[in-house]
Design a protein around this ligand. Structure first.
Ligand SMILES: [Zn+2]
Ligand SMILES: [Zn+2]
Length: 203
């Protein structure tokens, strides 16, 4: 395996975690690798790096986001990843005291990618796990073989601001259901604490 291929290929466990083999998870992984390098930071151990993905839902390229999480450690569970629901194949990577950087997939690249047989299957409604492995590998390997600037546009975003929420362990017991609810989400009704669903409030 060449150094280039090693750098940009997600580890086998990444495909297990993701559930199937597809071309978009590896493209997200590579985006994450590039973003860490550009910011000059390493894989996030705790809660600092933040990624704002511009993807939406109901389009299969959202697999990108699993790759981004795997490469960067900025995971949904650590609340380090959020989505704008703009339906765009782009993400901005933010780290304190660094210039944020946005990566997007080039339309020309996507157009060329769409010619691969993999997408003939996808357009017939066949899920990635049902597509012959050789067909999937063909498009993945084509992507890996390309230089970064054939796939991504990278742009610094000094205008991008993000304010991490203040962490707090304070909580209350909901008067309605008796379950624990963290302070930020406690809603007061007749002077008593409630969780959001029990309060009847929308948020
Ligand atoms: Zn996928
Ligand atoms: Zn409740």
């Amino acid at each position: 395996m060449t150094e280039h291929k090693r750098r940009y290929s997600p580890p086998p466990w990444a495909f297990q975690f993701h559930g199937h083999v597809c071309p978009f998870m590896p493209l997200g992984y590579r985006m994450g690798v590039l973003a860490l390098e550009k910011l000059g930071v390493s894989h996030e151990k705790d809660h600092t790096l933040h990624v704002v993905c511009e993807l939406g839902e109901g389009h299969p390229q959202t697999c990108l986001m699993d790759g981004i999480q795997i490469a960067t450690g900025a995971t949904f569970g650590k609340t380090l990843m959020e989505k704008t629901y703009w339906g765009k194949l782009a993400a901005t990577f933010w780290y304190p005291h660094k210039t944020p950087v946005r990566y997007s997939l080039k339309p020309e690249f996507l157009k060329e990618m769409g010619q691969f047989e993999f997408f003939t299957y996808r357009k017939k409604g066949i899920e990635p796990s049902g597509i012959p492995e050789a067909v999937t590998q063909e498009v993945i390997e084509w992507g890996v073989s390309l230089p970064d600037d054939k796939i991504y546009t990278a742009a610094e975003r000094p205008d991008f601001h993000y304010q991490p929420p203040k962490g707090s362990f304070a909580s209350a017991i909901c008067t309605g259901c008796g379950e624990l609810v963290f302070e930020r989400y406690v809603r007061m009704k007749d002077g008593k604490p409630y969780c959001i669903p029990c309060s009847g409030y929308k948020g």
